[in-house]
Design a protein around this ligand. Sequence first.
Ligand code: PEP
Ligand code: MG
Length: 552
Amino acid sequence: MTTPLTGIGVGNGTAAGPVARMAPPPPLPAARTVPPAEADTEAASVREALRHVAAELEERTSAASGDAADVLSAQAMMVADPALADRADALVHEGSDGPRALAGAFGEFRTALEAAGGLFAERVADLDDLRDRSVARFLGLPMPGLPDPGHPYVLVAEDLAPADTALLDPAQVLALVTERGGPTSHTAILARTLGLPAVVGCPHATTLTDGRTVLVDAARGSVEPDPRPETVAEAASREEQRRHRAESVSGPGRTADGHPVKLLVNLGATGELAAAAAADSEGVGLFRTEFLYLDREEAPSEEEQRAAYREVFTAFAGRRVVVRTLDAGADKPLPFAVSGDEPNPALGVRGLRTATRDPELLETQLAAVAAAAEGSGAEVWVMAPMVALPAEAAAFAARVRAHGLPTAGAMVEVPAAALRAERVAEACDFLSIGTNDLAQYTLAADRMLGDLAELLDPWQPALLELVRATARAGERNDRPVGVCGEAAADPLLAPVLVGLGVTSLSAAPNSLPEVRASLAAHTLDQCRRLAELALDAPDAAAARSAVGQAAG
Ligand code: PEP
Ligand code: MG
């Protein structure tokens, strides 16, 4: 038997099928010296290669929608940047051959992005992908990218560039396996959005050869080569039961004995709006407004914001929309909102703190939200990210109410806010626990690092203690307490969170059916017992396995 490979599972699905790997990047041929008389022709071919890649990405942009379209159009813009073509042209005229001029120009842009850090540095993978495509075009080689074996396959890659994941056809791609990437990588987020099982951060995955059958089990984070037919059959029947269970319950979330738990969707871009609005949910539990501000030199105007918010509120008329005010900094860098020279941006002026430095940013946003909310039919709540102190929550709530918005809340993402949740709850109308950041700050583990996935595991008992402290403070003060981090998407963790006292869960629309079904399978008392089991466990793995066994 071959030992399974292991990594970080995304979602809970399983899938078996033949491996197909991404076409490898084109190798650079031996260097050529371009004589001055041929430089213009060589440079023209370089420009043609860049134009071709940009045009191809634009074509793919029009075929995509939502997140995928945003990602592709951002890539098309990068490769169409005249500064890039000019630099490659100059390198040719300095004597480089076409492929080296392209590699050189992309390399310089890459260094600049890496130096910018944060989200910009994550775009490095996009640039490498664009370089490979341009060089392949120049050399007349097949485009690196998605394989097309003519049958459904498990896509295996070292890492997936957004341009590829954006175009995945869920009818052809059974699962994703990548050597690199962490729980918050592009691959992981898009896999969740598409509802594909994935295992990321899986060492040696690319040693799996094309055509070899693997069984991908996202819940276990394992990739088993050459599984026995009975193992595949058993996984297929588990998968069938999982789907059946998820589809068997609909409507507002509740436990088996009828205790209501609001199930809400997370929304991060207007492109996701149609799917989010169509999902069976009671509204939006986390509307991440950063998408409006990203890739900009300055903040969007009040009018522009109002139009974007209005679209969302109208789509959710009759339901709740919890707007999270701008959360700039660290993993969401915005040059006009945060200073670029902090030694440790995750602990710097970020989230609500940017509103103290630049009060106009928040004022404009609140004015836009208030204007958009009026007459939209949606029940609009507003919450602040990265609240650390009760006084911050109180000041934020006062500013929100001054705009005529009646319901103001605080995200609990900083351990200090969880430990003093009683007072934070008194200072505002509701709390929403951001488990992604709360895990990062509680376990002192950078949320962007796949290597630290174990520490960032939402099953960490220390994190669950803080969830309980926050939920209890909410109960005592009669304030709803939701969870809107990735933890809310885990169907096994959902009853635990409810047992700890959480009143709503907000997750990607694809994740809600399983969460709903899981809640419906447990009474509130059972949820409380599962919560005790998780809290009593010595570590995250033990907590998950104890609850898994008890939940059946
Ligand atoms: C969180 O931190 O859990 C959260 C929901 O906010 P974000 O992921 O946008 O930081
Ligand atoms: Mg957060």
